[in-house]
Design a protein around this ligand. Structure first.
Ligand code: ZN
Length: 160
């Protein structure tokens, strides 16, 4: 079976930031599982999956726009230290949970002051090109339930 809309794909991947150090490898756990056609994975990766079948291996380089998007320079905010929820006493570079007016957001600490802290609300990989080395493990037909939920069920996908 080939990857198409309304198929469930499981795959392993290695991710490498182009011109940077960030890496991820899924092989420590279950393969990733997603329902094709519903943006369950990064747009550029979903596009590159179309028509693949189990056993296929391929590499794809995603520009920032097809991965986590471009950086928003307005994403750097100054907030009172007391709005940081966790962890307690963070350092520059740490990912923190911040209470904003309407929601809680994850952000990276850029500068710590005594009363205020500057945080960057961009995704840490925003603005980065990423290379994925992918191995397709399995492609199957989605169940009616998965299609109505718009996501895949099972280990590596949604479990509820
Ligand atoms: Zn579901």
């Amino acid at each position: 079976m080939k990857v198409a809309n309304n198929t469930v794909v499981s795959f392993h991947y290695q991710l490498q930031e182009v011109d940077g150090d960030y890496t991820e490898d899924s092989r420590g756990g279950d393969p990733m599982l997603y329902l094709h056609g519903y943006r369950g994975v990064l747009p550029g990766l979903e596009e590159a999956m179309l028509g693949r079948s189990a056993g296929d291996e391929f590499s794809v380089t995603l520009e920032a726009m097809d991965a986590y998007g471009l950086r928003d320079e307005n994403g750097i905010k100054r907030v009172p230290v007391k709005h940081l929820l966790e962890p307690k006493n963070p350092r520059v570079g740490d990912i923190v949970l911040v209470n904003t007016r309407d929601r809680k957001v994850r952000a990276t600490v850029v500068k710590m002051g005594r009363f205020n802290v500057d945080v960057d609300t961009n995704h840490p990989l925003a603005g980065k090109s990423l290379q994925f080395d992918v191995e397709v493990i399995d492609v199957r037909e989605a169940t009616m339930e998965e299609i109505s939920h718009r996501h895949a069920h099972g280990p590596g996908g949604h479990q509820h």
